[in-house]
Design a protein around this ligand. Structure first.
Ligand code: FES
Ligand code: FES
Length: 272
């Protein structure tokens, strides 16, 4: 269908007309079917994604007991959940469909945990629940009564970074950093699993009790955490150092003032 300005009549072909007839009404999200078709044609998948995001945000934000006057979706099956997040007790009233990821980000404003795929494929939303790795996008908040959740915001102690965080920085184990909170939480979970003797697909001796992590073990165990920037060599090195305690050389350093001045002079950029 050709793009048409929103206020002009839209010419539908036979298939589009049949589809429009079959589509359920979208009044629940504040759009008529025709508006939906027109704006979808103009905005493409971006609009669809925006609608989904708006729904998730509305679900997590909903002032449930008072009713959601402005929210496009009504809360259903409201549940009360008391849990501990990063050592702090939290009491939430939530639509039973809200997942932990949306509760953290939209309700509690804890945006350290990232939303990548929102369907359990990328690992960006990894948190620790009672010390075990879990995907927050696949965990209903309503199931967490009495549980202890640790997110990336809860790993450091005051100004002291968690050893895994420090190792990630030392080994330059990220580029854009979007996957990094999930990678770090996952890596913390991996070390705990190894201490408890959990085996993986590549473990050679499954009866050893505790597992010493080779780089292959780390790659296998971290394989559920995707890094689109391909920072894998640094990630493996960071997890290995945090696991083994063997210090390896840092491969980068901050530029000195003299080096910065030389770059400024060469490029003409004062902000380098
Ligand atoms: S956002 Fe949860 S696995 Fe991708
Ligand atoms: S650092 Fe960019 S996705 Fe991993």
């Amino acid at each position: 269908m050709p793009h048409t300005p929103p206020n002009e009549p839209v010419e539908l072909n036979e298939d589009e007309a049949a589809l429009l007839k079959e589509m359920p009404t979208l009044d629940g999200i504040g759009q008529s079917r025709r508006e939906f078709m027109v704006t979808s044609a103009v905005g493409g998948i971006g609009l669809f994604a925006a609608n989904l995001l708006a729904q998730e945000s509305a679900l997590a934000h909903m002032p449930l007991a008072a009713g959601a006057a402005t929210a496009p979706i009504r809360a259903q099956n409201v549940v009360k959940v008391s849990l501990t997040i990063n050592g702090k007790p939290q009491s939430l009233e939530l639509d039973s469909r809200v997942v932990l990821l949306d509760a953290l980000r939209e309700r509690l404003g804890m945006t350290g945990t990232k939303k990548g795929c929102d369907q359990g494929q990328c690992g960006a939303c990894t948190v620790l629940i009672d010390g075990e790795r879990a995907l927050a996008c696949l965990t209903l908040a309503a199931t967490l009564e009495g549980r202890k959740v640790t997110t990336i915001e809860g790993l450091a102690e005051d100004d002291q970074l968690h050893p895994m965080q420090a190792a990630f920085i030392k080994h330059d184990a990220f580029q854009c950093g979007y996957c990094t909170p999930g990678q770090i939480c996952s890596a913390v979970g991996v070390l705990s699993e190894a201490r408890r003797g959990h085996v993986s697909h590549v473990t050679a001796d499954v009866g050893a009790g505790t597992t010493s992590l080779s780089n292959d073990e780390i790659r296998e165990r971290m394989s559920g955490n995707i890094c689109r920037c391909g920072a894998y060599p640094g990630i493996v090195a960071a997890v290995q150092e945090a696991h083994s305690g063997r210090q390896s050389a840092q491969t980068w350093q901050f530029a000195t003032e003299t080096q910065l001045a030389a770059v400024r002079k060469e490029t003409g950029h004062e902000t380098v």
